[in-house]
Design a binder for this molecule. Structure first.
Ligand SMILES: Cc1cc2nc3c(=O)[nH]c(=O)nc-3n(C[C@H](O)[C@H](O)[C@H](O)COP(=O)(O)OP(=O)(O)OC[C@H]3O[C@@H](n4cnc5c(N)ncnc54)[C@H](O)[C@@H]3O)c2cc1C
Length: 456
């Protein structure tokens, strides 16, 4: 065998697997295969001036490369079982929290020291939310910020690079079961190993589906979250963000009894585009460094949709909606809340005259031509509900960017060890459909690494 352990994907799941393996079993020969580039070479060409829109690079630097989809993220490590994945269903609630705390301690040792941890424990905001038909979910969140998150990744890479074989720009095309292990192949060669950890994240979802099909590993459809990103003056949400940084708030709509929730809150942040398999959607970032902060706060409002019979392709549904917005806006569409309420398209002039300066250069348009009525009605209801706990949310000038879609991978059948029915083949992180966050994906990496360290 070329290696004891091969890890496919260098996102948080893959990185923490490698980290823990090196820590517990430095004698093992470990390789990481990554479709994208090493951290220092990851640069998205969009600069907002010369290049304003996605140019479809061979490897998307936002989603792929060392650090995975999380590399330029806001670095919010949420320590909770309430959201971010269902890892606890496999490994138990206490274990999941213990591992998320362990990951947090590694982040602190590697550059994150001094980053604040926020918590919902004991906050009076819970009551305020409840009084206004809103539910605040429980969590502690360590906010590294995009800049410190990068430093932590840099340090982890420096720690690993001399003892782990990293193969960048090496997309694995197939995975075969061989006697006593596995063979992975890319266009140029093949490598064998005794045990294999697959951690290909969201960008590897189509590949993951093909592997499940080839190896007959059962997988079931997951949900898709569809909505918009809201951008408003930071001061409107400051009482929430100063205390909690990120608040996950759920609202049950009166009209359809759907749950709408806030997601990925970025105080003083910027709105960014995201490219998933050629589809441009919207997301958000924020920075710890004061000089990079803006006057705005952004967050997503999402509605979950899960299709099962006869139509099963929840992601396909989300993709179609995102494609429609790309078709109408050439990318992301932006609309003032006041224009949406009045049933008219936003234009450059009204946006420029508004009180909220957009942090993303998007096409002014009409989101009601893109989002299904049920989803849009839910979002509008939620904005009015949020206006009661954060007056000003429903101002005319509040900006809505669309569409934001959170795709989830098929949920792959793995056991309590996150192992498939093939001994020594583990599927972890967002690629497994079990996790959807930095802390859960990282914790799943530590978990399988410990198991391999004990059993190999
Ligand atoms: C803009 C943005 C902001 C985010 N902000 C946050 C946040 O603040 N907090 C939070 O909890 N979560 C956040 N997330 C989500 C978080 O980044 C993911 O949940 C997390 O990165 C999942 O980790 P992972 O290792 O499972 O997968 P990924 O990070 O997606 O890594 C998978 C890696 O596998 C590689 N790969 C895929 N297929 C192959 C193949 N065939 N061969 C070789 N390599 C392959 C990919 O290139 C990628 O680098 C954000 C995501 C984005 C895009």
């Amino acid at each position: 065998m070329d290696y004891d352990v091969i890890i496919i994907g260098a996102g948080p799941g893959g990185i923490y697997s490698a980290y823990e393996l090196k820590k517990k079993r430095p004698d093992l020969k470990v390789a990481v295969f990554e479709a994208g580039m090493e951290l220092a070479k990851r640069h998205c060409p969009i600069d907002g001036e010369k290049i304003k829109k996605c140019v479809g690079c061979k490897s998307c630097s936002i989603m792929s490369g060392f650090g995975g989809a999380g590399a330029f993220s806001d670095g919010k490590y949420n320590i909770t079982n309430d959201f971010g994945g269902t890892l606890y269903e496999h490994i138990g609630r206490n274990k999941a929290i213990e591992l998320m705390k362990y990951v947090d301690s590694i982040n602190l040792e590697n550059g994150g020291e001094g980053c604040k941890i926020y918590s919902t424990a004991g906050t009076s905001l819970k009551k305020t939310c409840m009084q206004n038909k809103l539910k605040l979910l429980e969590a502690s969140v360590r906010h590294l910020g995009t800049d410190i998150n990068y430093v932590v990744l840099e340090n982890l890479y420096n720690y690993l690079k001399d003892t782990v074989d990293f193969h960048f720009m090496t997309s694995i095309s197939s995975l075969e079961v061989i006697e006593g292990g596995y063979r992975v192949m890319n266009g140029e060669g093949s490598y064998t190993c005794r045990q294999c950890i697959v951690s290909v994240g969201r960008s590897g979802s189509k590949w993951m589906e093909s592997i499940c099909e080839n190896l007959n590993i059962p997988a079931k459809s997951n949900r898709v979250d569809i909505g918009v990103r809201v951008e408003l003056p930071a001061v409107i949400f400051s009482h929430l963000t100063d205390e909690l940084y990120e608040s996950k708030i759920v609202y049950r709509t009166e009209k359809f009894e759907d749950n709408v929730r806030t997601f990925c809150m970025n105080p003083h942040g910027i709105v960014v585009t995201e490219n998933t398999n050629g589809i441009i959607t919207v997301n958000g970032h924020s920075y710890e460094a004061k000089d990079k902060q803006t006057e705005n706060t952004n967050f997503a409002l999402l509605v979950a949709k899960h299709f099962s019979e006869p139509f099963k392709d929840s992601n396909g549904y989300g993709e179609s909606i995102a494609r429609l917005s790309n078709m109408l806006g050439g990318g992301v569409i932006v609309q003032r809340f006041g224009d949406l309420m009045r049933g008219r398209r936003s234009n450059e002039k009204r946006i420029a005259e508004g009180m909220v300066q957009p942090t993303l250069n998007a096409t002014p348009g009409d989101l009601s031509l893109v989002l299904p009525k049920r989803i849009l009605d839910g979002i509008m209801e939620m904005i009015h509900a949020l206006d009661k706990i954060a007056p000003g949310t429903a101002n005319d000038d509040t900006l809505l960017y669309g569409v934001e879609v959170k795709f989830y991978n098929m949920e792959v059948k793995v056991d309590e060890n996150l192992e498939t029915e093939y001994p020594g083949l583990y599927i972890i992180g967002d690629g497994s459909g079990v996790t959807h966050s930095l802390s859960h994906a990282s914790a799943s990496g530590v978990y399988v690494a410990r198991r391999i360290a004990e059993t190999i």
